[in-house]
Design a protein. Structure first.
Length: 170
């Protein structure tokens, strides 16, 4: 990043109750990239995926590839043509996830997200996840929804923070 360019805070949400979905809307298109920082935990003892969806699009326009390291070693997973992208996991112990949405306001390219997370579970100890996700749309991102996907239990716990930052053009 060029000298003098910084992250600019757009919004921070601190959960006042346990929920399984958080939506950030009215995202301005005045930056080149977005950074999402999630600090907190879930109510379940095990790994819970934290998925994302943009602009309310639940069609099969998402894909992801992840590399996961846990107490049993490492593995990778990938999926395409999904109704959302599994970004990273969140666990029972305090953790952090950082996602960077590249060229989010560009209206000529698909949107790519770089993702990394570290957190703890009761069953397998510490997890580390690195991944990449894609939303196959040329629309600018103006809404981002984070949620625990169907088939997984648990909620995002009271006190979790979701911070959104914009990166100014270099």
């Amino acid at each position: 990043m060029a000298a003098g360019k910084t992250y600019e805070s757009i919004t921070t949400r601190t959960l006042s109750s346990d929920v399984n979905t958080v939506t950030i809307n009215n995202i301005p298109s005045t930056y080149t990239d977005l950074i999402v920082i999630i600090k907190g935990r879930t109510s379940t003892q095990n790994l819970v995926d934290c998925s994302w969806r943009v602009n309310g699009d639940s069609a099969g326009n998402y894909s992801h590839t992840r590399w996961v390291v846990d107490g049993n070693g490492n593995y990778s997973d990938q999926a395409g043509n999904q109704s959302s992208a599994n970004a990273s996991g969140i666990g029972y112990g305090q953790g952090v996830a950082i996602w960077q949405f590249l060229n989010y306001s560009n209206t000529t390219t698909y949107k790519t997200a770089l993702m990394r997370a570290s957190f703890q579970t009761n069953s397998l100890g510490m997890y580390m996840i690195n991944g990449i996700g894609m939303w196959r749309s040329t629309s600018a991102i103006n809404e981002l929804t984070l949620f625990i996907p169907a088939g997984q239990s648990g909620t995002f716990v009271t006190g979790m923070t979701i911070s959104l930052y914009g990166i100014k053009a270099a």
